[in-house]
Every structure is written in C-alpha cells, then in structure tokens.
Write a protein that binds this ligand. Structure first.
Ligand code: 6GU
Length: 256
C-alpha cells in the first residue's frame, strides 16, 4: 500500500519511522511519503492560509494550494482522507476497509480547516472521506494521520509477526478484549485466575469469551447494542442475560 501525507508540519509524522510502522516502511510493506504542503506554494512567504470569508476567528487553508498538491498526488485508485472533527468517526471497521485500499492520501488541515470547496471538488472527482478521531478537538489533522497510518499499517500483510494477534484483540469482533496475565502467579496478593493455569483449553476460551462480554457490557454497552445477534452463541446469551447492566463509572466532567 502507498500512503501520502500532506501537512505543513512534516516533522509531526516522524514517529512513523519508529516501531512496527517504521519497520514496515523499511521492509517495503508500506510505501509512505510525507510532503510539506508549502512545496506547492509559489509566493515568497509560502503562504497556505487566508482570512475566513464572512469574518470570524482564525485562518482558513487556501483551496488553490491544496488543489495543486492533490492534483499532483491523486491517482485513479486514491482514497483521499480529510481529518476533521466533523468527519465519520474512525472505528476498526473503517480501519479494515482502508487497509484494503491501494493508495491513501491524507490531507492534514490546520487552523480553522481547509476551504470547503476542496472537499466538495475532490468528493466529486475522487473517493474522499472526512474522518474524525472522536468527539473532541485537536489542533490539526496530523495526529489523525498518525492514528490512521498506525491502525491501518498493522493490518497490512506481514506487518504484525503473528497474524493471530490481529483477531484476538479489542474491537475486532465488536467486543473489548479479555484481561491478560503473565508471571508471577501472585503479585501484590493478586492471583492469576486459576482457569488460565488449568490447561483446559476449551474452559480457557469460554472464560475469555465471558470476560470479553462482561467487560463490554460494563464499560461499553453501546458496543453490545451494535453487535450482530448471529455473532452470539447460547453460552454468550446466557452470560449477557445474567449480567447487572448498571451504567459504567465515568470520569467526572465539571459542568459549566
Ligand atoms: Cl481528525 N481533526 C481535528 N482538528 N480535531 C479532531 C479530529 C480531527 N478528530 C477529532 N477531533
């Protein structure tokens, strides 16, 4: 897969040279290119923004500069991603769909965003998705680019050493992952659950499944309501039917 990231802060993407994604790039599994948007400016000040038409705070990124950049980078098979707090919230299903693409082009906006005609034009002439990290605000699309490349990159064939790690994790089957343990068997008076040292593989699998269901019900009941009912067997339904479904404790947010 090829991924192009366009940003006014190319250094922000430096973490992608590290760890699993960095190795995937070095191994030729991910063809990653980070570009400075200012490459596509022509004026002495290399200006990428201007004041908002109609007034208001902050600055808006210019469509002419973005147009030159995207015209140079878009191919027939490109899926353009525009990070935006108003976009489709990124989840594992969207990540998996993006991992099947040949070419992602992530256009990182800053300031108050990119002139809306850029999304409109490339939405009409290419495949384009506005993507949000969640319901909060960050200062620009670069952290979203990091998240997208990290989440998509690990799904590319050969990037994660043991492919089994990719199926036994949170959100893959719509549930949170079960708790995991290593040695020692007792740590600060806390014991590893006995079933895990029993050697009964079927019992271990059932215990882990129960834990996934209980955790998801306790922490993310919204995920349970979106589960495909066919994804649950009789034992799953019995676990869920015998659960206490009081809402999870949340971090307290001061009200204004
Ligand atoms: Cl993708 N960008 C910005 N600026 N803020 C966000 C976001 C993206 N996702 C959530 N908040």
């Amino acid at each position: 897969m090829r991924v192009d990231v366009v940003t006014i802060f190319p250094d922000y993407l430096q973490p992608l040279t590290l760890s699993l994604v960095g190795k995937a790039v070095r191994d030729g599994l991910l063809d990653l290119h980070v570009h400075d948007l200012r490459t596509w400016t022509h004026d002495r000040h290399r200006s990428v923004d201007d004041t908002p038409v109609g007034g208001g705070a902050g600055m808006v990124m210019r469509p002419d500069v973005w147009g030159e950049a995207l015209d140079d980078l878009v191919r027939p098979d490109t899926h353009i991603l525009l990070p935006s707090p108003g976009g489709q919230v990124l989840d594992q299903a969207l990540v998996a769909a993006l991992a099947a693409e040949q070419h992602l082009l992530i256009a990182c906006g800053r300031y108050e965003g990119i002139d809306a005609r850029v999304a409109e034009h490339y939405g009409n002439t290419a495949r384009l998705t506005e993507v949000s990290l969640g319901d909060y605000v960050v200062n620009g699309g670069e952290v979203a680019a990091l998240v997208i490349v990290e989440a998509v990159g690990r799904l590319l064939p050969g990037v994660v050493g043991n492919p089994q790690s990719l199926v036994e994790e949170s959100h893959v089957d719509g549930l949170l992952e079960y708790p995991v343990y290593t040695r020692p068997p007792v740590w600060r008076d806390l014991e590893v659950p006995g079933v895990l040292t029993s050697g009964h593989h079927a019992q271990i699998a059932r215990w882990r499944r129960d834990q996934s269901l209980r955790r998801t019900a306790a922490r993310r009941p919204d995920l349970l309501s979106r589960l495909d009912p066919n994804a649950l067997d009789d034992a799953d339904r019995h676990v869920l039917d015998t659960l206490d479904t009081s809402p999870p404790p949340a971090v307290e947010v001061p009200h204004s």
